[in-house]
Design a protein. Structure first.
Length: 231
């Protein structure tokens, strides 16, 4: 409920009644989001990029993002039953047109580097705000040593190996069966450039996609993908 300060005179018959002013303290300081990130993910194999949004706070019903120039690019508000119930985690990614349609240089103009602002409000009226630094820094794409695209992956010795990527802070390896019934997702320290897939994860004759992601200090990621058949 919104409260209005009452000040001045009210007339009841001929006798004036004076309502004292209600003192207002300093406005409450906004709380930061529990998670607030903007990142780029580049698919070096397909040649495209996505703009990714990560946000988390308890029981919010309003969420906005503002560019460095002050322009708003996200305006999310709950409605109906969710107004008083609220949301928490949020992840979203932009569309990913190929670089032949939207070159990476044009992508970066759409989403300029700089300081973005996340704003929100919880169901009980608490303000949320976080400054988010967004960078265009992207590393070189990981290069597979083995297996090769279109090749095989022996179930009894399924070793994935890639060349080190300069300045990578971690690697994420994702192995997905083509029917997506099984997914193996492992994050490794930057000194690790191999991963052995457990034999029980692989089915001979089944196809798998393997992605190796390299994360930059900015959080932006770039990945390369190959497709293989387990033998």
């Amino acid at each position: 409920m919104r409260h209005h300060r009452l000040i001045g005179l009210a007339l009841l018959g001929a006798a004036p009644l004076v309502f004292p002013a209600i003192a207002h303290g300093a406005p409450e300081r906004a709380e930061p989001f529990d998670d607030a990130r903007l990142e780029i993910e580049v698919n070096a194999t397909d040649g495209d990029a996505g703009f990714q949004i990560f946000a988390d706070a308890e029981e919010w019903n309003r969420f906005e993002i503002f560019r460095p120039d002050g322009g708003r690019i996200v305006n999310f508000r709950t409605d109906g039953n969710l107004v008083d119930f609220g949301l928490s985690e949020l992840f979203s990614e932009s569309s990913e047109p190929p670089f032949t349609e939207l070159p990476f240089a044009e992508f970066k103009k759409l989403f300029p580097a700089g300081n973005y602002r996340f704003e929100g409000e919880t169901i009980d009226g608490r303000k949320l705000t976080s400054g988010v630094r967004f960078s265009h820094q992207v590393l070189d794409a990981p290069q597979f040593v083995q297996p090769e695209d279109g090749g095989t992956l022996p179930t009894d010795h399924a070793v994935i190996q890639w060349a080190p990527v300069r300045r990578a802070v971690d690697y994420e390896v994702i192995v997905t069966r083509e029917d997506e019934e099984r997914v193996l997702d492992v994050t490794l320290s930057p000194d690790r450039t191999t991963l052995t897939v457990p034999p029980e994860f692989l089915d001979p004759g089944a196809g798998y996609g393997i992605e190796v992601h390299a994360a930059a200090p900015s959080g932006n990621r770039i990945f390369t993908e190959v497709h293989v058949t387990a033998t």
